[in-house]
Ligand binder design. Structure first.
Ligand code: AMP
Ligand code: MG
Length: 339
């Protein structure tokens, strides 16, 4: 990565009633090809005008992201989708059902989307975020906003101002941040490819797989399939090590009231849903009371624990794949380098 040094403006913005003058300032930056980090209901995004190839290149530069890993275009109304991708009845039904929300649809792209935004592919990924700041920013900028997570490539995604600032200060034009933390999902959107007859689950995330399957089954007698090797190549993001702290992450399981694979180490931290026995000597223990809380706090916990000078993190891999469980498992496994 080259050493950029930009003066990064930082603005707190109201979550329920985002101040128009701040949105205006941020939108101006997007319109002239700059970069603005902003909150969404999943994690913080690093936004640029999705239709401006030069602006999009700056995202890859600021993140150190491989240029063949395509970006998600964020929109705030269905008419915008129509301009960007080829829609059919199935796509429209799914969008109406799940948007705004943490689900991204991959569809055949129209030529208006620069190749830089879609990593050279003939498809593009679209999402309508369920967050007023994000929606208003798209509206004010009057363009779809390409936005991957606002972290250095490979690192845990940012779920608060401190994490965005740590990775992006001096590299981007502006950081918008708000304090609404308890509603955030904490992991990224579910990505499904509906560009061909068989819908594929490319990435588990904030929208439960079983909910998508229910709608697909009821309306089209279909279920999501796992991508095979060939279609995996169509989702370049799944090829890289992701979400990883600098210190190693190891996995343990909790089954029949016992931990499996739990190693005692007083230089390590522990995160999970169940408290380890008192005779374990972890330096730091973080316990979450639900899958949702675990998902919401996962990336922040990774960053907090690595800042504590620990040698590593033992993460409990939850068994429950329902709701946000499948996405949470995916993030933990990837952080541990096990996927
Ligand atoms: P990020 O925004 O960094 O959380 O990552 C976006 C994810 O969407 C990555 O896994 C990308 O590979 C995936 N993605 C974006 N566009 C496409 C596309 N056209 N086809 C398949 N996957 C995509
Ligand atoms: Mg990311």
């Amino acid at each position: 990565m080259s050493e950029l040094k930009i003066n990064t403006f930082k603005h707190k913005i109201n979550y329920l009633e985002p101040e128009p003058e701040i949105l205006e300032q941020a939108a101006k930056i997007i319109k002239r090809g700059g970069l603005v980090a902003f909150p969404t209901e999943t994690v913080y995004g690093l936004g640029a005008d999705a239709l401006n190839a030069q602006a999009v290149k700056k995202i890859y530069e600021a993140k150190g992201r491989p240029s063949n890993n395509p970006l998600i275009l964020h929109i705030n109304n269905l008419a915008q989708a129509e301009k960007l991708v080829y829609l059919d009845d199935r796509a429209e039904l799914l969008m109406r059902e799940f948007w705004p929300g943490p689900i991204t649809f991959v569809l055949k792209a129209k030529d208006i989307i620069p190749l830089e935004t879609r990593g050279g592919l003939d498809t593009a990924a679209l999402r309508m975020p369920d967050n007023k700041i994000a929606a208003k920013l798209i509206e004010f900028a009057d363009t779809p906003i390409a936005a991957p997570s606002a972290n250095t490539s490979g690192r845990p995604s940012p779920t608060d101002f401190e994490a965005v600032n740590h990775d992006m200060d001096g590299r981007i034009d502006m950081i918008l941040y708000s304090n609404n933390l308890n509603k955030n999902i904490g992991i990224e959107s579910t990505v499904i490819d509906i560009s061909e007859a068989q819908p594929l689950l490319l990435r588990a995330g904030g929208t439960a797989k079983e909910l998508i399957d229910k709608v697909l089954m009821k309306n089209f007698n279909l279920k999501l399939a796992q991508p095979d090797e060939q279609s995996k190549r169509r989702s370049p993001g799944t090829r890289y090590r992701h979400y990883a702290p600098i210190i190693p992450v190891k996995i343990c399981y909790f089954k029949d009231n016992n931990f499996i694979n739990l190693q005692d180490n007083n230089e390590w931290g522990f995160i999970g849903l169940h408290e380890p026995d008192k005779n374990f000597n972890f330096k730091k223990i973080l316990i979450f009371s639900s899958l949702e809380d675990y998902a919401r706090e996962l990336f922040k916990s990774f960053r907090d624990l690595e800042a504590e000078n620990l040698q590593g993190i033992i993460a409990e891999l939850p068994e429950d794949e329902s709701g946000v469980g499948l996405g949470l498992r995916d993030r933990i496994l990837r952080a541990a380098g096990a996927l």
